[in-house]
Design a protein around this ligand. Sequence first.
Ligand code: NAD
Ligand code: TYD
Length: 342
Amino acid sequence: MRFLVTGGAGFIGSAFVRTVLSRDPEAEVLVLDALTYAGNMQNLATVAHAPSFRFQKGDIRDPQAVHRAFDLFRPNTVVHFAAESHVDRSILAPGDSVSTNVQGTVLLLEAARDHPPDLFIHVSTDEVYGSIDEPCSADESFPLHPSNPYSASKAGSDLVVLAYGRTFSLPVIVTRASNNYGPYQFPEKLIPLMIANALERIPLPVYGDGRQVRDWLHVDDHCSALRTLVDRGRPGQVYNIGGRLALPNLEVVRRILHLCDRPESLIQHVPDRPGHDRRYAMSTGKIEVETGWVPRVAFEDGLRHTIRWYLEHPEWVASVRTGEYLDYYERNYVRRGEAACG
Ligand code: NAD
Ligand code: TYD
């Protein structure tokens, strides 16, 4: 099996590469990644020297880079993770989300038309459904109501991928996963940011009242679901992937503080995210019934293990919290707080 993994130097993509290379001795992997602020070769250090692993630095918005990957490697499975993946950054710079997530995806699909793989998996998110009122949950046919530039660009790319499946008979699958957590996650997302701040004993910024609800999925469970769909997914279909869990953000933050042995007084309520989705909730019966996959990592265990990973990798955390990150932190948190105070 020849896997082209876009965005394979990021959080979930690198976990998927580690999963494939440890489970499939016959597999070959090419990672295509632009190494943006979120891409990090340290995430691939454990597989970098494997003979079955190759890396191509390249932007999915660059037709030459994309065609080179398909021409030279001739993948039979494409797993497309590359994206601008963070809501808050998409609010600060919406155009980046649209160009990478929509236009980059179109270029990959065009290359796939020239060299058709057996399967093209587009890794998407539950955020495309938007905020879901109690007691509903979104199944795969639920209308798309994205609220922010990130989720809108992912919804756009989902539709383009499905359209290429119909129009050009490409064997595509769209997956929509809930919020992931685990080792190697860039400390801009809720869980790693709160862990990093708790360990440093600096305030934990909770948006608004902190009662927004998210479903949490361990990254290893996400990767095993994707690997299962490579074997058993039906082309042309959408699959929701979730952790069967729903927690308010404040509860997650309190658990992190407790596990890190830090006081709740570190919690700081900050002005809410514009357009903040109140609740995500998906039905995940389709993948479970069709393939037998179920999430296996209990949140308490996954969270404890994740905190231990950040404690044991201070050099990784220090290396990503550099000038670019500090600048982002200033723009997203400090200036937002100042603006709210007038
Ligand atoms: P990430 O931000 O950690 O990694 C993104 C990777 O894509 C990085 O390695 C980056 O260098 C690369 N990249 C970005 N723009 C690129 C471009 N133009 N060309 C080539 N490479 C580029 O993201 P993640 O959290 O690992 O998410 C991966 C995918 O999973 C995304 O498509 C995201 O929408 C989706 N997803 C994420 C979550 C989550 O909770 N993190 C949940 C559901 C779905
Ligand atoms: P995030 O990890 O950015 O994922 P998403 O927006 O894709 O769900 O945020 C998860 C939740 O945590 C979301 O409701 C926003 C909230 N949040 C905070 O309260 N403070 C923060 O500093 C961050 C990054 C997120």
